[in-house]
Design a protein around this ligand. Structure first.
Ligand code: FE2
Ligand code: FE2
Length: 402
């Protein structure tokens, strides 16, 4: 018997953890599948990047036996309806019995669910009772639902908890203390990546632009490991901040951050081939061999190629910013500098001079930040006895006097 627990998990808080834990214990399930939604049908607000929501669900439920987090809805294009997910899981896992696990609020909203009558023929709806609910009211709603759709509704107990994702986001945005509201690992993750600290930056974007960025994230999802996705989204956030503070296009900077490493997980030969194709299309055939010799650098132009062909990015400057993020180059535009810098100094990075470089980049001194950042890159290369790429040296010469 399997339980499906879907949600936005923005953020994944302690009630999100307690619900599948209680369901495992009280319903005798073999497994609970936690399913972060890709695109929710009824959301009237902007959800955070799926990468972060998926990571929080994993961190928050990692030590719960029998519970796993699945990215099938994130991977599937378009709006995700529970009915489609249920049919997909039934085909994939052939469970004896499938439960939909949910909070009691679902009994109020279920009439508006997509193909609800068909859905309830396929599953048992298992409602968590938090010990403080109006049980009589819940039972009457449950029997209404059963009469209307012929489905089965059962209840299970879970501990009472005063926590909601909406309230938590508001507290995090306001910089208030939220200790104890999320599982510890989630709390630490939110702190390190500063998940909810970028509202000012992303407020510069329209809803359509935000959706466009979530679509880009969905396109690159299969290309990257979760570790690389986390890095890419972190770079995207920080690039957005640098773009706002430097008066540049926030959408382009965020997109550049998301896409900058999208080819890095491909086999070396494929990266070399894609990089050559990109550089040939830019009439940079001469640089192609220089790039393609170095597997650590070739993913820059290779990612630009994937961004162009798979994500349909057409802006030349944005593609070039992706292409040159691994080396830098002379005469970089501000957007190119921002993508290069955000890759090295986003919140997923830790090194000594970081604060110093961030301070320069955030106060309009991009060239100074570039100089210091390239110095750090050269230092790291020297430690590994690697000679810097000629484009990096040429770039540095422009900033050396600063
Ligand atoms: Fe990179
Ligand atoms: Fe990167």
């Amino acid at each position: 018997m399997i339980g499906l627990f879907g949600g936005t998990f923005d953020p994944f808080h302690r009630a999100h953890r307690a619900l599948p834990e209680s369901a495992m214990q009280n319903l005798g399930l073999d497994q609970v599948i936690v399913m972060p939604v890709g695109r929710a049908p009824h959301k009237d607000r902007r959800t955070s990047f799926a990468t972060y929501r998926f990571e929080m669900a994993q961190l928050g439920s990692a030590d719960l036996g029998g519970v796993c987090v699945c990215d099938d809805e994130i991977r599937s294009p378009g709006v995700d309806y529970t009915f489609n997910t249920v049919m997909h899981l039934k085909k994939k896992l052939c469970p004896k019995k499938l439960f939909i696990l949910a909070g009691s609020d679902v009994l109020v909203s279920i009439d508006s669910w997509y193909r609800v009558a068909d859905l309830l023929k396929e599953v048992t709806l298992a409602i968590a009772v938090r010990g403080d609910g109006d049980t009589a009211l819940l039972r009457s709603k449950a029997s209404q639902t059963q009469q209307r759709y012929g489905g089965k509704v059962v209840f299970f107990e879970m501990p009472r908890m005063e926590v909601s994702a909406t309230g938590l986001r508001a507290s995090l945005l306001a910089g208030e203390k939220t200790e104890g509201m999320c599982p510890e690992a989630v709390q630490a993750f939110i702190g390190q990546y500063r998940l909810y600290d970028f509202a000012l930056d992303f407020d510069m974007l329209s809803d359509d632009e935000w959706q466009d960025l979530l679509d880009l994230e969905e396109i690159i999802w299969p290309y990257l490991s979760q570790k690389r996705r986390l890095h890419s989204v972190s770079v995207a956030q920080y690039a957005a901040r640098l773009a706002r503070l430097n008066g540049l296009d926030v959408w382009a900077a965020t997109a550049g951050g998301l896409l900058h490493d999208c080819a890095k997980g491909l086999p070396a030969d494929t990266q070399r081939k894609l990089a050559s194709l990109y550089l040939a299309e830019c009439s940079c055939a001469e640089s192609a061999s220089r790039f393609c010799d170095d597997i650590n650098l070739v993913h820059g132009p290779a990612s630009a190629y994937v961004a162009k062909k798979e994500a349909n990015v057409i802006q030349g400057e944005l593609l070039n910013a992706i292409a040159c993020h691994s080396t830098a180059k002379p005469n970089m535009t501000a957007l190119e500098q921002i993508i290069f810098l955000a890759d090295k100094i986003a919140y997923d990075r830790t090194f000594d001079r970081l604060v110093d470089i961030r301070a320069a980049a955030e106060t309009g001194r991009l060239a100074v930040a570039m100089k210091r950042c390239l110095e750090e890159v050269f230092l790291a290369l020297r430690r590994d006895e690697i000679t810097p790429h000629p484009l990096s040296i040429a770039a540095y010469e422009e900033y050396a006097h600063l």
